[in-house]
Design a protein around this ligand. Sequence first.
Ligand code: ATP
Length: 271
Amino acid sequence: MSESPFIEIDHVTFGYDSRRTILNDVSLQFARGKVTAVLGGSGCGKTTLLRLIGGVHAPNSGRVVFDGEVVDAGNKTQLFRLRRRLGMLFQFGALFTDLSVFDNVAFPLREMTDLPEALIRDIVLMKLHAVGLRGAAGLRISEVSGGMARRIALARAIALDPELIMYDEPFAGLDLVSMGVTAKLIRTLTDVTGTTTLLISHDVPQCMAISDWVVLLATGGRIVAQGTPAELMASTEPEVRQFVRGEPDGPVKFHYPAPPVAVDFGLEASR
Ligand SMILES: Nc1ncnc2c1ncn2[C@@H]1O[C@H](COP(=O)(O)OP(=O)(O)OP(=O)(O)O)[C@@H](O)[C@H]1O
């Protein structure tokens, strides 16, 4: 990577408590202006990684570097400044259901800036236009489909023109068409605005289709592999193949270690 990365995870170890390490000596880089996807099974620490980047938690050791600045989870002034540069699309959108589409997108602008309402209106309509939903501004959230809700959440995430956008499971719960629309939108927004995009997901095909770089993560934050989608799809490494093809069994076993079936069902004396 020639240019300095926008985000650097530098030998980070983290656990929510002392009993269990969630990320163990993880080092990763997220390139400027690119879409990077972090793929991995449930519980391997993807969301935790986003929380560390956002300064919600501090690593036990190692550093998170945000555009050259070490993130200090204890420094409120710094966090406020950095979070102003960060857009976040939460799992399932997390929209305010009692507000209109317009007010959901306007929310961060009203909370974080002193812009006059007339300007806020123009920005909100522009952002909704970018996701194809300017015409839906007056609807209530209860009146929109799941796919539309995801796009509204996207419009809200880009309201403040962030330099980094982090998407937590942007495809979860969507039908195939809405998934494709959302994926294409993430790619287009990155290209048009030059943001750095970080995407965490279980969805291999969508991530492969829109990412510049893909990281495969396993339990403990172990990096199984990383590379361009083409490199990973062509890999002959058994664990990578299992991952990208979604095969139920391979180096990662379907069965959690257990005694033989015959022993558990009393068909054979335990050894
Ligand atoms: N606030 C918390 N306190 C304690 N443990 C937590 C907390 N949040 C997550 N964990 C645990 O940390 C591990 C990693 O969780 P994380 O949400 O980062 O995984 P993930 O890869 O994003 O999973 P998923 O794909 O299911 O969202 C899990 O075992 C989870 O139970």
